[in-house]
Write a protein that binds this ligand. Structure first.
Ligand SMILES: [Mg+2]
Length: 235
């Protein structure tokens, strides 16, 4: 089990991180703009949803049991432009932290091993752009799942902010100076619940609506590409 740091209070906690990645993100050569980071001991981060934010599942939706239930690493594709966009955010001094509901595991559509394989494939696709993800967090629970181990509600499931808050706590993120990006209203809700200002939450266009925009505090972008531009422009 690649859970870093052992089980935390609250059975069922689940996070996908890599110890090697943790040491890498602390290496100053990989973050030349550390001087840009916030004071007060915290580091700025962009908290990124995975599916249809960094990864593109739209071209395979008809083949998946449930849209977003991507558990085959051979089918992992980056959202067009996501690699350069994340590279720009990293160069601007932002830690890149991924958060994902993976209720498909509770539904039996994939296993934890599949989840790790897909996440590893994502990391591999980002490497040529010089992008290293500081952490990848996921919650495999779902209240109507069929796999007993995961068939329950869990505090980490978005729109709860607990998964993002835990990630920020583990990595010393300055939440008030960070951003949250995702293609679902629940991503934005989770960001706000974790303490990210609504004005720093960006809803992406794939499933946006007028109500979603209001929920997002008016911040909306067609994709991660434009969202990255907005974040960098806003500082
Ligand atoms: Mg998504």
């Amino acid at each position: 089990m690649p859970r870093r740091g052992g089980e935390l209070p609250g059975a069922g906690y689940f996070a996908v991180t890599r110890a090697s990645t943790m040491s890498q993100i602390l290496h100053p050569n990989l973050h030349p703009n550390l001087s840009n980071l916030s004071g007060g001991g915290g580091r700025r981060a962009v908290l990124l949803d995975r599916d249809d934010t960094i990864l593109d599942t739209t071209r395979m939706t008809s083949d998946l049991p449930v849209p977003g239930d991507l558990y085959d690493p051979a089918r992992v594709r980056l959202w067009p432009g996501a690699g350069p966009a994340l590279a720009r955010l990293a160069r601007a001094g932002y830690l890149l932290i991924v958060h994902s509901n993976q209720g498909g595991i509770a539904r039996g559509h994939g296993t934890l091993a599949d989840l790790h394989a897909v996440n590893d494939a994502m990391r591999a696709l980002l490497l040529p752009f010089g992008v290293t993800l500081a952490g990848v967090y996921a919650c495999p629970h779902h209240p109507t799942g069929s796999v007993a181990m995961w068939a329950s509600e869990h505090a980490w499931r978005k729109p709860s902010g607990a998964m993002l808050a835990a990630a920020c706590g583990e990595m010393g993120v300055a939440v008030a100076q960070s951003w949250c990006v995702g293609d679902k209203p629940r991503d934005v809700q989770a960001g706000v619940a974790a303490g990210v200002a609504a004005s720093r939450c960006v809803l992406l266009g794939t499933s946006g609506s007028a109500a979603d925009l209001a929920l997002a505090g008016g911040l909306w972008a067609p994709s991660i590409v434009e969202a990255a531009e907005m974040i960098i422009a806003a500082g």
